[in-house]
Design a protein around this ligand. Structure first.
Ligand code: ADP
Ligand code: SF4
Length: 672
């Protein structure tokens, strides 16, 4: 199909050293939670990006040696020929669609703990590991020689496996960045002291890699344009280094020092946040530049390429949310773009050591295991009634619509979106409405899907409707009794103004001193506290955890969450529980000692857990043995969870209706 002329500059090929990218869409290295553990899942996932038009598709960071072992995260590895066989499967899957395959060679240095390999970790000096009571071994000259040999061997294996772009990675605090650091590098030899000396290991690795594979592979450098923080490598030094190396790499992949900003969630960071800093470094090199910015707007992409800020549009999350984003832009199908909402649930799963999943794209990670394609479904026939137009119901409706079913989506309220419509009104969550808007946009163009608003469905209506299939997607509501992680039974003394997040989202604004009790530990407690802080009256946030929104550590939001509360003047109380409330005072107890005190409070908001709205299901299912009959329940009414899980449940149910589902339980192990 011809390229939409508006976006033609995004589809011109670009030479990168000895190779040529077919277009300007570049999937930068991003973690997958698959790595060495799920090779077939990983190869299929990367291959799907190439099928969707990404011109370059890279691996996540790929360890070059067992002395860089990131257990319990399933990182990629390139330690031996067995790994190379798995890596070749990735490169093949990418090449099958005409894209270039990139690999990010990586040594974690002191950051890792080598929990699996049990080898000593290596550092520029002895430095504590991230998260484990382990310190690295100070590297001597022989270690540096060995490291260079490992890196070179890994580059050669990468070339043999078919990769076209090979990275040197002196950033994000890993081994080579340790050497660059003024604060960490206390060496007195030629690898310490001046910037030239501290950069020696980096420049040697760059040279080694070019000599080893530069004839056939582009050598890329992922580097922070604003340095690594004042005490380590300041912005002026970073510019110095980029300027000095200038055209030596075939490609610069520019990032920034603050990972929480670089891959910031939409709560705190908006599209194209790195732009000014990348532009400031642009003149330092003539080589192609790629950088990220959670780009989902084709016009932003076009502007950045036209004005010369970027040569390649880098993306991790937008390529997860929509592997076919480039193809859709090429064809001018902008209404079909499935935009990333910036929730970082993808990253959270890697952080938990699990394969990534996505709120917007339920098929990610299921390309191999379930054989799901993000854009294709199997045709089917029949009538379906879906009850509830939240994320689960909307996703089910659009998938069944694409399959050719006659679908009626009945919603009790006067708008669609369920929880995303409500939550997107909270501070920072506006982009979450994209979950609703993408699906409504798809449904609007289908003649076979009808949405009926203000249509509460009871058992009688359901029977009367007589559809072939019924999907109940009636959601969940926040509990008003305090049951959650801490309290297994209702809080006994609750009187006065007791609210839930649903009340706040419905627009109820309490007066006076508010206490938000967060036993949920994710975004809802802090976000409700921030919303209430806007009243200009005192808000206290109390959590049973040790930090505000503790789980959002996995989405790289915890520090910013805590900072936002502090800056909004919210008092933060940790490791405490609400034991009672009499309408004027909350009784608080220490989670360790049980010691109690009181806090003057006019209104209490309970963010503890949610109760499935499953009355309809229980009435009509007649206690079915399983969920595989004509009537199914999906999403939060079955299992309250994150939005991604509701979308997934809707997708799975709709895809498998009337079909025999396939599920491969284990990856093929490709290692010979
Ligand atoms: P999920 O995340 O599982 O999609 P949500 O709570 O976001 O669940 O959405 C559930 C939707 O179902 C809400 O929009 C709600 O108004 C609607 N709903 C709940 N009960 C009924 C019912 N009996 N009939 C029609 N719609 C309902
Ligand atoms: Fe974007 Fe969220 Fe999907 Fe990650 S999980 S790609 S942040 S929508």
């Amino acid at each position: 199909m011809a390229v939409d002329p508006r976006y033609a500059p995004l589809f011109s090929p670009l030479r990168i050293g000895p190779v040529e990218a077919p277009n300007r869409f570049y999937q930068v290295p991003h973690c997958s939670g698959m790595g060495h553990a799920l090779p077939a899942t990983l190869a299929a996932m990367r291959g799907m990006k190439a099928a969707g038009g990404w011109g370059v598709v890279c691996t996540e960071y790929c360890s070059i040696h067992p002395s860089s072992d990131d257990q319990p995260y399933p990182f990629a590895s390139n330690w031996d020929d067995g790994d190379a066989t798995n890596l070749a499967a990735i490169a093949d899957a990418i090449h099958a669609h005409g894209a270039l395959a990139g690999i990010e060679l990586w040594h974690g240095g002191s950051y890792v703990a080598n929990l699996a390999s049990r080898l000593p970790t290596l550092g520029v000096r002895s430095i504590p590991a991230h998260g484990d009571p382990v310190q690295s071994q100070r590297m001597d000259r022989a270690d540096i020689r060995r490291l260079r040999a490992w890196h070179r061997a890994a580059a050669l294996r990468a070339r043999a496996a078919g990769f076209d772009v090979v990275y040197v990675y002196p950033t994000h605090g890993y081994l080579v960045a340790e050497f660059l650091s003024r604060a960490l590098n206390d060496r007195t030899d030629e690898y310490g002291g001046s910037l030239v000396n501290r950069a020696r290991l980096f420049t040697e690795l760059l040279q080694d890699t070019k000599e080893a594979v530069g004839d056939r592979c582009a050598v890329a450098v992922r580097f922070s344009v604003n340095g690594h923080g004042e005490e380590h490598l300041d912005a002026a030094e970073a510019h110095d280094l980029i300027g000095t190396l200038g055209d030596q790499p075939d490609l610069w992949d520019f990032v920034i020092d603050d990972y929480e900003e670089e891959m910031g969630s939409s709560r705190f960071v908006k599209e194209s946040a790195l732009e000014a800093r990348v532009r400031a470094a642009r003149a330092l090199t003539r080589r192609p530049i790629v950088s990220v910015g959670r780009f989902t707007s084709p016009d932003t992409m076009l502007r950045l390429v036209r004005e010369g800020t970027l040569d390649l549009i880098g993306a991790a999350r937008p390529s997860i949310a929509d592997p076919f984003l480039p193809a859709k832009i090429r064809e001018g199908r902008l209404e079909d773009l499935r935009e990333c909402i910036g929730c970082n649930v993808c990253y959270a799963h890697n952080s938990r050591g699990a394969a990534l999943r996505c709120t917007q794209n339920p098929t990610i990670g299921e390309e191999w295991r379930r054989g799901w394609h993000p854009e294709r479904v199997t045709p089917g026939r029949g009538t379906a009634l879906i009850v509830g137009a939240g994320p689960a119901g909307l996703e089910a409706a659009q998938v069944l619509g694409k399959r050719g079913f006659e679908v009626t989506l009945a919603e009790a309220g006067d708008t669609a979106g369920g929880r995303v419509a409500r939550e997107s009104r909270l501070p920072g969550l506006a982009e979450w409405a994209r979950v609703r808007d993408y699906r409504l946009g798809q449904i609007a163009r289908m003649g076979n899907v009808q949405i009926c608003y203000e249509s509460p469905i009871g058992a009688a209506e359901l029977q009367e409707f007589d559809a072939d299939w019924v999907l109940i997607a009636t959601g969940a509501r926040w509990r008003r009794d305090g049951i959650g992680r801490h309290h297994s039974s209702p809080i006994p003394d609750l009187a006065g103004m007791v609210l839930t997040p649903d009340d706040v989202m419905d627009g109820y604004v309490p007066a006076g001193r508010v206490l938000v009790f967060d036993d949920d530990h994710y975004y809802m407690g802090p976000t409700v506290a921030l919303a209430l802080a806007r009243r200009g009256e005192p808000v206290a946030y109390l959590t049973t955890a040790g930090r505000a929104g503790e789980w959002s550590e996995y989405t790289a939001e915890q520090a910013r969450t805590q900072r936002a509360l502090i800056e909004a003047g919210v008092e933060i109380l940790t490791s405490q529980v609400v034991a009672g409330f009499d309408g004027a005072r909350a009784r608080l107890a220490c989670v360790y000692t049980g010691r109690e005190r009181t806090l003057p409070t006019d209104a209490l908001v309970l963010v503890t857990s949610r109760e499935p709205v499953d009355g309809l299901w229980r009435e009509v299912s007649r206690d079915a043995d399983d969920d595989s009959g004509r009537i199914l329940r999906i999403g939060d009414c079955r299992q309250p969870s994150i939005i991604a899980a509701a979308v997934y449940a809707g997708h799975q149910a709709a895809r498998e209706l009337g079909e025999t589902a396939s599920l491969a339980l284990r990856d093929r192990v490709l290692i010979a």
